[in-house]
Design a protein around this ligand. Structure first.
Ligand code: GYE
Length: 325
C-alpha cells in the first residue's frame, strides 16, 4: 500500500511527461485487446543525439499505434528508478529504458519481473549477472566506436615519432558508452608508447561540461595534439575553449568525436573536427517492433546491434544535406 502511494507521489513530483494516445486513461492496456502501453524512461536531454533519439521514439510509437508514457530522468539514476516503479504501478504492457549508468538496476528490474512486465534496454546496456531481467538490448557497439576513433588516431600519426599528447573528454562516469568507448580507444592507443593520454575527465556528454573541462585541460597541459571527445556535444563545447585559447581546432588540435549529429558533421565539414564515428540515435522503429513482439509473448533476440559508419571531412560534406538530426 505504502509502496503504491510512494510511487504515485514520486510520479507526481517528477512531473513525468505522459504522452498518451486517445482513450489511454491510466488502466493497463495489453490483455487480449491488442492495445499496448509502453513506459519509456529516458536518460535526459543532454545532447543532440538524445534529442534525436527521443523524437524517434515518440514518432515511431505514434506510427505504431502504441500508447507512450515518457519520462526524462535528467541524467539521474534515482529518477529513472522512480519512473520505472511508476510504470510498474500503472501496469504498462512493456517498459523500455536507456540506463544512465551500468550498475544498480537489479532491484527495480526484479520488481518489474515479479509484476510480469517485460523490459527492453535501448541504447545503453546494464552490468548485471541476471540476464533474465530484460528481454533484449537494442543499441550500438560502443567498444567498436572507441576502437574506430583510436584507429583513426593511430593511422593519422603512423609515421610520427611522437610523443603524441591526447586529451579525452569522457562521457558520463559509469555509463556504458563512456566505459566502452574508453576501452575500445585505449586498447588501440596503448599498443604504441608514443601515444600519451595526458588528460582524461568526465564531461557528462554536454556542451557546457565539454567547454569547461577543455578549459582546464588547456590550462594544465602545455601541448595537446589530439582531443578524443566521446560525443559531438562535448567536442562542440571544447571548440569554444580551444578558440578562446588562441588555437585553431582541427589544425593545432586534431579532434575526433562520436555520434554524427548534424552539428557534429557541420563542424567536421567546416574543418574544426577531423573525424566523427557514427552512433545511430534513430532506434524508435526497431524498438516498437520489439515492443509489439514481447507484448505478444514472442521470443526476441537478446542483442540487436545498430548499423553505423564513420565520417571524414569529405564524407561529412556529402552527408550533411540529407542528415535528419
Ligand atoms: O553518444 C551521447 C548521449 O548513450 C549513445 O549518450 C548514447 C550517448 C551518445 O548523450 O551523445
Amino acid at each position: 500500500m505504502l509502496r503504491t502511494r510512494v510511487a504515485l507521489l514520486v510520479a507526481g513530483a517528477l512531473g513525468l511527461t505522459v504522452l498518451a494516445g486517445c482513450g489511454g486513461g491510466s488502466t493497463a492496456a495489453g490483455g487480449g485487446s491488442g492495445a499496448i502501453t509502453l513506459g519509456f524512461a529516458q536518460v535526459g536531454a543532454e545532447s543532440g543525439w538524445r534529442t534525436a533519439n527521443t523524437k524517434s521514439i515518440q514518432e515511431s510509437a505514434k506510427d505504431a499505434g502504441i500508447t507512450l508514457k515518457f519520462s526524462d530522468a535528467q541524467q539521474k539514476q534515482a529518477n529513472q528508478i522512480q519512473a520505472i516503479r511508476s510504470y510498474i504501478q500503472q501496469h504498462v504492457s512493456v517498459i523500455a529504458f536507456s540506463p544512465v549508468v551500468e550498475t544498480g538496476w537489479d532491484t527495480v528490474l526484479k520488481e518489474a519481473k515479479t509484476a510480469n512486465i517485460p523490459v527492453i534496454l535501448t541504447d545503453r546496456a546494464i552490468d548485471s549477472k541476471d540476464t533474465t531481467l530484460y528481454k533484449s538490448f537494442l543499441g550500438s557497439d560502443f567498444v567498436n566506436e572507441g576502437k574506430e576513433a583510436g584507429d583513426w588516431v593511430a593511422k593519422q600519426y603512423a609515421s610520427a615519432t611522437g610523443p603524441v599528447n591526447i586529451a579525452v573528454l569522457e562521457g558520463t562516469t559509469g555509463s556504458a558508452p563512456a566505459n566502452d568507448r574508453s576501452k575500445g580507444f585505449d586498447d588501440v592507443i596503448k599498443a604504441d608508447p608514443k601515444f600519451k593520454v595526458v588528460a582524461s575527465q568526465d564531461g557528462d556528454f554536454t556542451r557546457a561540461q565539454g567547454k569547461q573541462v577543455m578549459e582546464s585541460f588547456l590550462k594544465s597541459q602545455s601541448k595537446i595534439d589530439v582531443l578524443f571527445a566521446q560525443n559531438d556535444d562535448m567536442g562542440l563545447g571544447a571548440l569554444d575553449a580551444i578558440q578562446a585559447a588562441g588555437l585553431t581546432p582541427g589544425k593545432d588540435i586534431k579532434i575526433v568525436t562520436v555520434d554524427g549529429t548534424h552539428d557534429g558533421l557541420q563542424a567536421l565539414a567546416d574543418g574544426k573536427f577531423n573525424y566523427v564515428v557514427e552512433c545511430n540515435p534513430l532506434l524508435g522503429p526497431q524498438l516498437m517492433d520489439l515492443v509489439k513482439k514481447v507484448a505478444a509473448g514472442q521470443s526476441v533476440p537478446n542483442r540487436i546491434l545498430t548499423k553505423e559508419t564513420a565520417f571524414d571531412q569529405a564524407a561529412a560534406k556529402a552527408a550533411l544535406p540529407s542528415r535528419q538530426y
